[in-house]
Design a protein around this ligand. Structure first.
Ligand SMILES: C[S@@+](CC[C@H](N)C(=O)[O-])C[C@H]1O[C@@H](n2cnc3c(N)ncnc32)[C@H](O)[C@@H]1O
Length: 253
């Protein structure tokens, strides 16, 4: 009996999975350059980017075809940048051909969508100090030639300065460390061109579990602004990432 139930569950899951994959897309709307909202026949809207590597899914996300173009669903529970967009980001800032420094790239979930947006002429220098996610990232970067994985500590930017060389157009930081803002500023000073853009996701609990997130966010904002990062947008990432905020702005030292 248990075996029959298990088989039934597996069969239903396979049918559901295939149904999801084959869901008919009825419209695609570009909300920022390279970022889309895809609507299916049931009226469900999903954030997506155009897949740079056709047929390949990076983290199990849905692939969707419309008028001969393949899109990849951008899942807000998996990516804080997607959460920021859904929660009202006004300007994506990232453009085709940009050079970006990414601190805490992990296995490449968010960066794969940035890779879609910047296209083959852009480049992402991905800093990650943990070997496990780096292994997965290397596999992603073998297919996405615009991602350069670097097994480095973001606290020591001088250790990768020789690889990055000239200044980058933007920086994205998501390292969930108590001194993340200081690390971000250190990297801005070394690599970001004047007026280049920056994204920093801050998790209140990785700074202090006891104090209210609002107080922590205010303190972090002061550290960033007093060191030359001009904040243009601040977006809470709940419910997708609990007690997180994203500060987005420009490096104007
Ligand atoms: C929240 S995860 C990043 C998720 C990723 N940004 C995404 O959306 O796909 C944080 C990552 O930062 C890395 N990290 C933390 N401190 C770091 C440091 N000092 N240098 C490099 N990587 C670091 C962790 O190993 C972890 O993989």
């Amino acid at each position: 009996m248990t075996q029959v139930c298990s088989l039934l569950i597996i069969a239903l899951s396979v049918i559901y999975f295939r149904w999801c994959l084959e869901m008919k897309i009825v419209s695609v709307k570009e909300i920022f350059k390279g970022v889309f909202v895809v609507t299916d026949e049931l009226g469900t809207e999903r954030l997506a980017t155009r897949n740079l590597v056709a047929g390949v899914s990076v983290y199990g996300e849905r692939l969707m075809n419309f008028q001969g173009v393949e899109y990849r669903e951008w899942v807000p529970y998996r990516s804080k940048l997607a959460a920021a967009i859904i929660n009202g980001l006004k300007d994506i800032r990232i453009s085709e051909g940009d050079r970006i420094l990414y601190l805490g790239i992990a296995s490449g979930t968010t960066s794969s969508h940035i890779s879609d947006i910047i296209g083959p002429k852009g480049i992402i220098y991905g800093i990650e100090f943990a070997p496990r996610p780096m292994r997965d990232l290397v596999a992603v970067a073998q297919k996405r030639k615009n991602i350069i994985p670097l097994l480095k500590d973001a606290r020591k930017p001088y250790e990768y300065a020789y690889i990055i060389g000239e200044s980058v157009d933007g920086i994205y930081a998501d390292i969930a460390q108590p001194d993340q803002s200081e690390i971000f500023i250190r990297n801005c000073r070394m690599f970001v061109r004047t007026n280049g853009y920056g994204f920093i996701a801050i998790k209140a609990r990785s700074i202090d579990v006891a104090r209210p997130p609002e107080k922590i966010f205010e303190e972090q904002k002061k550290i960033l602004e007093s060191n030359g990062f001009r904040i243009e947008e601040e977006i809470r990432l709940d419910p997708y990432a609990k007690d997180h905020i994203m500060f987005i702005g420009r490096w104007k030292p």
